[in-house]
Ligand binder design. Sequence first.
Ligand code: CTP
Length: 422
Amino acid sequence: MTKRILLIVGGGIAAYKCLELVRRARDKGIAVRCVMTAAAQQFVTPLSFGSLTNDTVYTDLFSLNDEAEIGHIRLSREADLAVIAPATADLLAKLANGVADSLAGAVLLATDKPVLAAPAMNPRMWSHPATKRNVAQLAADGVRFVGPNSGEMAESGEAGEGRMAEPAEILAAIEDMISGPKPLAGKRVLITSGPTHEPIDPVRYIANRSSGKQGHAIAAAAAAAGAEVTLVSGPVTIPDPAGVTVVPVETARQMLAAVEETLPADIAICAAAVADWRPDTEGAQKMKKDGTSAAPGLTLVENPDILRTLAQHHTLRPAIVVGFAAETETVIDHAKAKLARKGCDLIVANDVSHSTGVMGGDRNSVHLVTPDGVESWEDMDKTEVARRLVAHVAANLEGHHKKKAAKPRRKGPKKTTTKSSR
Ligand code: CTP
């Protein structure tokens, strides 16, 4: 069923960002209906919100038309969630005190649905004891907050805490609040992401073009599905996903150590582009040209295989182990071989040839390779790949537990495995 939010737009410069919020929410299939305060209309017009929501924008408590059409009580109940953005100091004060002298105030007082507020105001207003009191009261009343963030203020050249959370952050909070039961609640998920850097000397290293976008998106999706997520990430320039424990590492060996430290886990997803080789020694000082001798040769040694270590772990193998296959040719065949070689349950194969733009880009086109066959997904945003992959893995985990529960227990003495028989 389509989820619906009631977006109450307050009067702040950040109101324009809510246009993007509406667009993003509708892209995700969430219907949006808007209420605008009088002050909000000083910043953005109802026509803009009306065009983007494809719905009437409600502005007036005493409008005969609006009341006849829907009425403020129904308006407040016909959504799954009420979102106040930007939540100005004034709107927060009114809601904290039950003031219903405007349509926004009346709707918020009449709603029986959860409320999310994205505060935006000058840093001094945000830190004022009156605002703090109101926010504490609203939190005690069950209102959830997203942001504010720190940064430059648009209007005054001032900086500090008070910037409205970005549309993507608000949308993540909305999705979290309107989603049904969380399929990975209580599960531990371990994810590797990004490249590794293998040092040659103190200033040089071997690396690859991985941006970490796909792995980080999977971590965010797993957290949104209710999992306790540890993201072991090589050096990346993208922000940490919200609600995730991030362990930053540089080299493959550090990544392996961090992964082993994180076990046990129910699910492991290895999305990192781990460097296969590292220089056999790391120079203590920067290597210098001396103008006469030939260029130094690099001797490489193989790095530990983190995915294989997890998939073939004798005592702490996660129930589901997923690997990626970054290929530039015969993608499916290579992925099938990798699935067998590594001993994992699923390989997400993608073509990372330069022409595909996958490495560093926002979109991905993947094939899910399992011992049962190949499932190819159409080209989509990496966040959507992440969401679907997490849903797929969560369903597999449930299947895994059911199979395990149904398996009859073996009678007789336990067989012991000696090292030589492995
Ligand atoms: N991987 C890993 N540790 C390594 C190398 C790879 O954990 N030392 C994982 C990656 O995170 C990915 C999968 O193994 O999930 C496949 O990585 P890829 O680089 O495509 O394959 P390789 O193992 O390097 O094999 P090849 O060189 O034949 O492509």
